[in-house]
Design a protein around this ligand. Structure first.
Ligand code: BMA
Length: 824
């Protein structure tokens, strides 16, 4: 097997124009135009709309290459395209090789007859996706009028990430191009078609069952060789005679080192290579990194209905995390480094799970490798979201092949926890009036597509991974997909329904796979797309970076319920982040307190694909919003929480680790100047994988009448020394008479980090540390200062981006400190 990459230097032009531009592949029309300064930043002000119009045109990519002699000698040469976006016509030496129509597929074409020794040319024309969806006409009885929020009508007619046509957080820039690798692969004797690695776990031993599909074209004798390298480097090799077709081999692993998600143990990984050899000549080989574990969804019946919980190595865990969307509007710009930054940010915020939402793309191999390494369970939607599809024969064949490609590519990963048919389409047919009024034929097509065609295709290739028809669902067949007592739920009454945060507590979902709350990104991010005069949330520019038309009104409504009106634009941005973090915290803590009944809380959404106001906790530039810091605390393996009903405050501890934890809790009622009015101390052991109420106190004696200018401070310390402080107040923040806390910070420098020690004269709420020019990920941020003792925050030097600091003094001078009292 011989490979020749065709990545690298190409040329691109608008079709039939003569201006060829240098293009780097993987790359796209947008990435090429930007690199050649032919288009202005599509994210700047309202440039998005001009950028969108570029995709009414067709484009062409072209390159020549000298075919390597030892590749050309092969009987068969395939052109392999790992991502063509989307309506492509491929010409090799001016002869049409094929046309493609699905960006999610891996395309392989035999092209030897079109190649010649020496120099060759390849051209790929990309037709306008906008023209395609606008001119698409479904059959008479399959008229579709539903348009997903923020998207262009007809986005579902083409197998291209839906959100490239816009979403309620995304720009309408349906880019085109060669978005993943492209190469030539030559072979004469045969090749490995497929390797399926199945794990059988039994009484502390694992059998790795390797099914290798071979295409052997010559009558030679071949061996299949397997090499397994254990996490600590011990290599074992195995060999069998290879046959044409399916080969099966079992490697028994005694004393397996099991893979665990983040927070429950290590992520040991085994390396498996499968090679086909004739004597010492390797005909073909494939490499896999695998983690040994059992992972499924448990749906045991109980007094409320049926649970919905990830069960890893026999242990049911509470899923903590968020929903993942495409990381950029220009997909070829998503590098491994950026993915790693994001995934590391998840793990640092104590996630154990990510849901890959169905309106984007199937993530790259790098993404899954990183989730294996960092220990994030992946809930993988198939790429369908909030739409009605015209299930023609051609569409059906296309999505079957797409599913096969992706299941084969992803199924061996330790992190893969679940396949899910789609986002919100079953529930859409059940409760969204604008979707429900489509024809019965389209509704029947839904069942065919998502409960027959796709699950059968997945199951034929991956019997080990749990399949779920839709999110949310109760198991399919329109059997009350929004049932709170079975399956997963998307809950949007706080936010879209404008109910108060308290409403989270009226629900005991079995697994909340979506719930969210918007905020604006930080001022530094806003500055990247605005001029000074745009910095008003109702300006045209700010509104066009807000894709949910009702959202600014919602943020202002919740603001009015909770906070005093901020004095300026910058403080308004900050307060929306505090609101967002507080809302999500309210929900997560409630569901974690009800561990057992509820077994997962994934908030909407982790990330952004451009600079925008959205539900994300990390913005497009990787800046952690207040919510992400709060997530680090409310998703902590051992987390303390307070919950207030009237004047009664309860303290709880949530232990999501595999060991019992001895904890100490000190709950005090304090005045704004830190004077302790009363104090309770508790010592308790919180059993592994459980939530426990520590105690409660009724404070009515202290706060009778109008004297509610006090707060409850709870300091939770576990046996490992992890400490967290929670605060509860008895009035909305807008009625809390905060004094100016006069925060001072003192900075010292260690070899690999700066230590920032912050003190205040009175209660300081949501203390934000930031810099004007640089960015940093602090060990904590948006925290309270509840006493005279300093709060210490670390900033690792490797977590500083931007200009950086000469020394501790320099950092101290550049540190910007804000707390709630500064906003009005
Ligand atoms: C959810 C998602 C997305 C959307 C989000 C916010 O239900 O599935 O479609 O972006 O709501 O409205």
């Amino acid at each position: 097997m011989k490979h020749q990459k065709l990545n690298g230097n190409w040329k691109m032009r608008e079709l039939k124009e003569n201006n060829w531009l240098d293009a780097n592949v993987p790359g796209s029309v947008m990435s090429t135009l930007l690199a050649n300064d032919k288009v202005s930043d599509p994210f700047w002000r309202t440039n998005e709309y001009e950028a969108r119009e570029l995709f009414r045109k067709d484009y062409e990519f072209e390159r020549t290459f000298i075919i390597e002699e030892d590749l050309y000698e092969n009987d068969h040469i395939e052109l392999v395209c790992y991502g063509l976006d989307t309506l492509a016509e491929i010409y090799v030496n001016d002869i049409l090789l094929s046309k493609t129509n699905n960006m999610h597929r891996t395309w392989r074409f035999e092209c030897k007859p079109l190649l010649q020794s020496g120099e060759n040319q390849i051209r790929i024309i990309f037709r306008s996706p906008i023209n395609y969806i606008e001119s698409y006409v479904p059959e008479e009885d399959k008229k579709i009028h539903f348009v997903s929020s923020g998207s262009m009508k007809g986005n579902q007619y083409i197998r291209k990430a839906h959100c490239m046509f816009g979403w309620d957080w995304g720009a309408q820039i349906p880019d085109a191009g060669i978005w993943r690798d492209i190469e030539l692969v030559g072979y004469t004797d045969g090749k490995i078609e497929d390797v399926n690695i199945i794990q059988h776990h039994h009484e502390g031993e694992v059998n790795i069952d390797i099914r290798t599909e071979l295409q052997l074209l010559k009558d030679n004798h071949y061996n299949l060789e397997y090499t397994l390298i254990s996490p600590n480097g011990i290599t074992s090799s195995y060999c069998q005679t290879a046959i044409n077709g399916c080969n099966s081999y079992i490697i028994a692993v005694e004393h397996p080192e099991l893979w665990w998600p983040n927070g429950y143990g290590e992520q040991p990984l085994y390396h498996l290579s499968v090679s086909v050899k004739n004597n010492d000549n390797i005909m073909d080989s494939k490499e896999y990194t695998i983690g040994l574990r059992t992972l499924t969804i448990s749906q045991e019946k109980d007094q409320w209905g049926s649970e919905f919980a990830f069960k890893i190595n026999g242990v049911k865990i509470f899923a903590k995390g968020a929903d993942y969307i495409p990381e950029d509007t220009i997909y070829s710009n998503i590098t491994k480094e950026r993915i790693e930054y994001l995934i590391e940010s998840c793990v640092r915020a104590n996630y154990n799970c990510l849901r890959v939402w169905g309106g984007g793309y199937y993530p790259s191999d790098d993404f899954f490798d990183l989730c294996d390494r960092y220990g994030l369970i992946v809930w993988q939607d198939l790429m369908y979201a909030c739409n009605v599809y015209d299930l023609t024969k051609e569409f059906e064949e296309n999505i079957i092949e797409e599913t096969k490609d992706n299941v084969r590519r992803i199924r061996h990963h330790a992190c893969l926890g679940l396949w899910c048919g789609n986002n919100e389409i079953e529930s859409g047919w059940y409760i969204w009036p604008s979707l429900m009024d489509h024809s019965e034929k389209l509704k029947a097509d839904y069942i065919k597509q998502f409960e027959y065609v796709l699950p059968r295709t997945v199951e034929a290739l991956d019997k080990s991974t749990f399949f779920w028809p839709s999110s949310p669902s109760s198991g399919g067949c329109f059997d009350n997909p929004v049932d709170e007592n079975r399956g997963d739920t998307h809950y949007w009454d706080v936010w879209h329904g404008q109910l108060p945060f308290e409403d989270y507590r009226n629900h005991y979902f079995r697994f909340c796979s979506e719930f969210g709350f918007q905020s604006f990104p930080s001022i530094k991010t806003v500055k990247t797309f605005t001029e000074e005069s745009d910095r008003n949330i109702f300006s045209e520019v700010m509104e066009s970076h807000q894709k949910n038309t009702a959202a600014n009104g919602k943020m202002l409504y919740y603001l009015s319920e909770n906070f005093l009106y901020p004095k300026d634009f910058e403080n308004l941005l900050y307060v929306t982040q505090i609101l967002q973090g507080s809302a999500i915290k309210y929900g997560v803590e409630h569901w974690r307190r009800n561990r057992g009944r509820c077994m997962g809380a994934l908030y909407w959404q982790l990330n952004d694909s451009w600079p925008v106001a959205s539900w994300a906790s990390i913005d497009y530039y990787g800046r952690w919003k207040a919510l992400h810091y709060m997530a680090k605390r409310f998703y902590a393996p051992v987390a303390g929480t307070l919950s207030r009903t009237g004047e009664v405050v309860e303290a709880h501890i949530l232990n999501e680790t595999l060991s019992d934890k001895k904890c100490n809790v000190e709950v005090s009622l304090k005045t704004m100047d830190f004077e302790v009015l009363c104090k309770d101390t508790y010592e308790l052991v919180v059993p592994a994988l459980s939530a426990r109420k520590v105690g409660e106190r009724n404070y009515s004696d202290f706060i009778t009448g109008i004297n509610k200018q006090v707060y409850v401070e709870a300091v939770f310390t576990d046996e490992d020394g992890y400490q967290s402080t929670e605060v509860e107040i008895f009035v909305p923040f807008k009625y809390l008479e905060l004094k100016k806390p006069e925060i001072t910070c003192h900075v010292t420098e260690n070899e690999d980090c700066y230590v920032i020690s912050c003190q205040a004269k009175s209660l300081a709420c949501f203390v934000e540390l930031d810099f004007e020019e640089s960015d940093g990920i602090f060990s904590d941020n948006y925290f309270y200062i509840t006493g005279k003792e300093p709060v210490t925050v670390e900033l690792r030097k490797t977590d500083i981006r931007g200009e950086g600091f000469a020394d501790a003094r320099d950092l101290e001078q550049k540190l910007q400190i804000r707390s709630l009292r500064d906003t009005y």
